[in-house]
Design a protein around this ligand. Structure first.
Ligand code: UD2
Length: 317
């Protein structure tokens, strides 16, 4: 069972959570408890660090199961969630239960167990379509999908736990995170993982809409770094920060870049736009840079190349 002053990563077997686990280990932090129900997470994401962490297969929807693991933690990185805008539209109940009820359970366990801080994986989807880019934390949220709303409720809960009960929380609104280990096997997977899988299999990807929608794609190592900084920062309790890169790339540009890197020409197939889709997304990183010391290191092209190489190796295993 977990000991005092440990680090907890919910969703720690997932793509982002496992990057945070590796970041913690690099910093020499410990002990580390990973909570994951392996719904979308995979134990193989923790393969090389398995012996150095305490892996607990548990579900954040079950308070009784997770409370003892969170009790006395120094920091809880709350990454466990059911992501995907279309998944939350096709099947809203599971994502509601995990993203809202599960987050409440994590916060409640952190408060009752006197944890030091919760760093919460919020989402840029909370902004919806804004008139102005880049998107600044002071803008009024306009969630367009169940998923966006659920992630926003989690943020609000963080704020309320902080104000009412003095639990230190920091919410990081991730902007379309991509990188090695992102699972490309589901239609709900992140678009760049699907693009890369298609590219390596020499298939046409599907682009929903005209492909001119844009995203601030953020490399997973930069997001893991930001989490570690948010865990240490002073005077940030109850606050919300963008976890983005500050750039903006259209899907057409992303697919063009991948074809160029690979030296192939495969026209994409265009389909109907997706319900609940945000048109443009770009982070203002001023507040995160000022208060948390956020300084993303990976350019889009660098991140894309590293990720593509990882998928190439993974496919060959
Ligand atoms: C949202 C959030 C993101 C994160 C994520 C978790 C926004 C702007 N971003 O990502 O921060 O929380 O949810 O799931 O809300 N697409 C295709 N072809 C495909 C798959 C997707 O064209 O095969 C399009 C899709 O319609 C969208 C874009 O690619 O315009 C990105 O889709 P996504 O599912 O990778 O991520 P998104 O933006 O919904």
């Amino acid at each position: 069972m977990a000991c005092q002053g440990h680090y907890v990563v919910t969703g720690g077997a997932g793509f982002i959570g496992s990057a945070i686990v590796r970041g913690l280990l690099r910093e020499g932090a410990g002990p580390i408890v990973v909570i994951d129900n392996l719904l979308t997470g995979r134990e193989s994401n923790l393969e090389e660090v398995r012996a150095r962490i305490d892996f607990q297969r548990a579900d954040i929807r079950d308070y009784g199961e997770i409370a003892p693991l969170i009790r006395g933690a120094a920091v809880v990185f709350h990454e466990a969630a059911i992501p995907s805008v279309p998944r939350s539209i096709d099947d809203p109940a599971p994502s509601h239960e995990t993203n809202i009820d599960g987050t409440f359970n994590v916060l409640r366990a952190a408060r009752e167990g006197r944890a030091g801080r919760v760093v919460y994986a919020a989402s840029s989807s909370a902004y919806g379509d804004t008139e102005v880019l880049p998107k600044v934390e002071s803008m009024a949220p306009r969630p367009k999908s169940p998923y966006a709303l659920q992630k926003l409720v989690g943020e609000y809960y963080c704020g309320v736990f902080s104000q009412v009960w003095g639990l230190e929380t920091v919410a990081l609104r991730y902007f379309n995170v991509y990188g090695p280990r992102q699972d490309p096997s589901s239609p709900y997977s992140g678009v760049l993982s699907l693009f890369m899988k298609a590219l390596l299999e020499r298939r046409a990807p599907t682009i929903f809409g005209d492909g001119e929608q844009s995203r601030d794609f953020t490399f997973v190592e930069d997001v893991a770094d930001l989490n570690l900084k948010a865990a240490r920062a002073k005077n940030v309790a109850g606050k919300v920060y963008n976890g983005g890169n500050g750039g903006r790339v259209t899907l057409n540009q992303a697919w063009a870049m991948l074809q160029e890197i690979e030296g192939v020409q495969i026209p994409a197939v265009y389909a109907q736009p997706r319900a609940g889709d945000v048109r443009d997304s770009q982070a203002d990183t001023t507040a995160a840079a000022r208060d948390l010391g956020h300084s993303p290191r990976f350019s889009f092209e660098e991140g894309m190349r590293l990720t593509l190489e990882w998928y190439r190796r993974d496919a060959g295993r």
